[in-house]
Design a protein around this ligand. Structure first.
Ligand SMILES: *[C@@H]1O[C@H](CO)[C@@H](O)[C@H](O)[C@H]1NC(C)=O
Ligand SMILES: *[C@@H]1O[C@H](CO)[C@@H](O)[C@H](O)[C@H]1NC(C)=O
Length: 385
């Protein structure tokens, strides 16, 4: 009975769909970074994050939450946000005072750097985990577990002392526990719902190539810039044909102000081996259409100049050839301007986002590579290497 099969199939598909929708890991976290330069000077930074996306900031001057997006309040009412704001304000005042008071007693020498990360993670199976971890001087110091403060295994006796002190305050423990296990998951769910359009948006990367600082004599640093993509996961690799180049070095994925991401992937390679290399970019926004940029540039100003001359002569020859044959259909493949090997890149490594992809036709690459090889050979002969 095909109709029953259809119903079953539909149920299966729909079921699969909703199961997939529930398959979201939702992570909300707040981050605190506090610096105490001396007995009288302290500075706090606070931020709220939905996964990789910053959703809130903290204005420590006025003690108020900065809502970075229209959806930054999730489904909480203004009153509820004001209550939370007040709670954080009181917390920061208390934290500053207690730290300054106990720093001497507990032998914490200035400057003091404290980092706190707290939040909750909701799993697809409707379970939630909460966490609060604090670091002192960049190392794990203590955490909050099952209603009490626990020193980090790597923490010293001071971590134990701080926990002993904190554990005396029943009220603080209860509030912390409630915030982490009750308020956080509720807020995270509402926030995720409100942020969905932004959170799930697919923005295609732009990519371009340049050279970096010379790693050594006879070597080149090829740089593949990938910019403006969302979401964050991306795969970028230097390739020779289908062969992944093991020397590929991946930088950190850095944020743009608009919430998209930037990544720089480099390859240190012998100058005579650049021909045939390409940078391949795979990202969810691209579907199966990877971006492939072929390395087509020379490696020095002189080479670039010679390259221009060579291409010029080539064009003249080809124009002659094509005019004779009255063929003009291939013009398009030859017309694109010669790509400069030193693509403009700002000193901060983040090139302008307006640069279009440099995608060459195989024909162009082939011609370029042939000529490049020739010029390089002559050049090497000229300079005796
Ligand atoms: C405390 O540190 C701040 C910031 O470094 C500095 O400007 C200030 O002069 C210091 N005050 C004292 C009393 O050392
Ligand atoms: C917000 O959404 C969450 C999850 O959907 C829900 O549990 C909560 O009751 C909603 N409202 C408020 C004010 O938290």
């Amino acid at each position: 009975m095909p109709s029953l099969e259809l119903v079953l199939l539909a149920a299966l598909l729909l079921g699969g769909g909703s199961a997939e929708a529930a398959q979201e890991h939702i992570l909300f976290s707040v981050i605190q970074i506090s610096s105490f330069a001396n007995q009288s000077w302290a500075q706090h930074q606070g931020s709220g994050w939905l996964g990789d996306m910053q959703s809130q900031g903290w204005d420590s001057e006025s003690g108020t939450i900065i809502f970075l997006h229209t959806w930054s309040k999730g489904n909480f009412s203004d009153e509820e946000m004001i209550d939370l704001e007040l709670l954080f304000r009181v917390y920061f005042i208390g934290f500053t005072r207690e730290t300054q008071e106990y720093a001497g007693q507990m032998h914490f020498g200035y400057p003091i750097e404290v980092q706190v990360r707290a939040g909750c993670e909701l799993h697809p199976n409707d379970t939630a985990e909460s966490f609060l971890q604090a670091a002192y001087g960049g190392s794990h110091f203590l955490s909050f577990q099952d209603m009490s403060w626990v020193p980090a295994p790597e923490g010293d006796s001071r971590a134990q002392s701080v926990c002993d002190l904190l554990n005396q305050y029943e009220g603080i423990r209860e509030t912390t526990h409630r915030l982490l296990t009750h308020t956080c998951p509720r807020f995270a769910l509402g926030l995720f719902d409100a942020a969905k359009a932004d959170y799930k948006r697919q923005v295609k990367p732009e990519a371009w190539l340049s050279t970096g600082p010379r790693p050594g004599p006879g070597r080149l640093l090829l740089v593949c810039h990938v910019s403006g993509f969302h979401p964050k996961p991306v795969w970028v690799m230097w390739m020779r044909g289908e062969q992944e180049q093991q020397g590929t070095q991946r930088g950190d994925i850095l944020p743009h102000a608009d919430g998209t991401w930037y990544l720089r992937v480099t390859l240190d390679v012998a100058a005579e081996e650049v021909a045939g290399l390409s940078c391949r970019v795979r990202h969810s926004s691209l579907g199966n259409q990877d971006i492939v940029l072929h390395w087509g540039g020379g490696n020095s100003a002189l080479l670039t100049l010679l390259w221009f001359v060579a291409t010029g002569s080539l064009l003249v020859l080809l124009v002659g050839h094509f005019c004779l044959r009255r063929h003009s259909s291939n013009w398009k493949a030859l017309a694109p301007a010669v790509p400069s090997p030193e693509s403009p890149t700002r000193a901060d490594g983040q090139g302008p986002r307006t640069l279009r992809h440099q995608v060459y036709t195989p024909q162009e690459s082939w011609i370029k590579n042939r000529f490049l090889k020739k010029w390089k050979t002559s050049l090497n002969q000229l300079w005796g290497r």
